[in-house]
Design a protein around this ligand. Structure first.
Ligand code: NAP
Length: 290
């Protein structure tokens, strides 16, 4: 299959690029700004035509959750309007659109893991723009898979794990929010799940699904930070605080654990436990010497 990956220099795009080296049965085309701006339908259409694209994996997004509150026009342009552009292109080409969304479409008032069919109620601009992007795809693309994920980290880009490693090396102690509960997800695991889904997807088959994927297990940001320090052998002491003592511009869901039964059952995907994946990522980071 000819596969376009947008936002290819981001965390997930970079993990897909690394994985693509071992996927000899597909031809991948990786693009990011400025060569491909997904808000430009002319660029999207001509690139898909030139490469005979059969699957679009949309890893491009406006992901600055706090900045989105004051930069909403761009957040909606990238997360909502460009999703509509990709969906129209996928429809025109009879291609599969595999799009990534977020746990931030939920308001966090649940106390049990969110299912795909649960009501959404995003709290901030980022979550609303991602939710509206999902809706554009559901309305237009004849063949789509929307994967909602959470708390992504990777060897690449800026993320919580790398920030904890940096701060942990500089300070003797650190306060981290303990009342926001979710699940960390190693972008390399999600990338592997995406490739498996593409392998198993029947070409030209009309299929529309919203699926949840995070690593297994549950953690607070405090648990996550503790695990980073423990596994990396950093002595920085991590202390729990409440969200109220750490004000952020955009509101976040207090609980965003997702139920992953559908993706496991329908696509036969095995999901690693978050702490095991974190250990594997830290190992790879150490080996890479970054
Ligand atoms: N990060 C998380 O914790 C998290 C959690 C849940 C869901 N998600 C979702 O998972 C997906 C992947 O996230 P990620 O962490 O890999 O994101 P990321 O690292 O921020 O990467 C996004 C990439 O998209 C690019 N981009 C932005 N606007 C674009 C445009 N108009 N056209 C083309 N490319 C554009 C960005 O370029 P610039 O850097 O130059 O802007 C960046 O390279 C996104 O859909 C995100 O919403 C992420």
């Amino acid at each position: 299959m000819n596969i376009l990956v947008t936002g290819s220099r981001g965390q997930l795009g970079s993990e897909l690029l690394e994985l693509s080296a071992s996927c000899r049965n597909h031809r991948f085309f990786f693009y990011d700004l400025p060569e491909l701006d997904i808000t430009r339908s002319d660029q999207v259409d001509s690139l898909c035509r030139d490469h005979g694209i059969e699957v679009i994996v949309n890893c491009a997004a406006y992901t600055a959750v706090d900045k989105a509150e004051t930069d909403s026009a761009l957040a909606f342009k990238v997360n909502r309007d460009a999703s509509a552009i990709l969906a129209a292109c996928a429809k025109e080409r009879n291609a599969l659109l595999l799009h990534i969304s977020t746990d931030y479409v939920f308001d966090g008032t649940s106390s049990t893991p969110y299912r795909e069919s649960d009501p959404t109620a995003p709290l901030g601009v980022y979550g609303i723009s991602k939710w509206e992007g999902e809706e554009c795809i559901r309305q237009t693309a004849p063949s789509y898979i929307i994967i909602r994920t959470s708390w992504l980290y990777s060897l690449y880009g800026v993320n919580f794990v790398k920030t904890m490693l940096r701060i942990g090396a500089e300070r003797p102690e650190l306060h981290v929010v303990a009342d926001q509960i979710g699940t960390p997800t190693w972008a390399a695991d999600l990338a592997a799940a995406i490739v498996l889904i593409i392998d198993r997807h029947e070409r030209g088959f009309s299929y529309g699904a919203t699926l949840h994927y995070s690593n297994e297990g549950v953690a607070s940001w405090y648990d996550f930070a503790r695990a980073v320090m423990d596994l990396a052998g950093i002595s920085c002491k991590v202390l729990p605080i409440e969200s109220a003592s750490y004000p952020q511009i955009a509101p976040r869901p207090h609980y965003s654990v997702m139920n992953k039964s559908a993706i496991k059952k329908e696509w036969g995907i095995e999901i690693p436990y978050w702490r095991d994946s974190l250990a594997a990522m830290l190992q790879r980071l150490a080996e890479s010497g970054v």
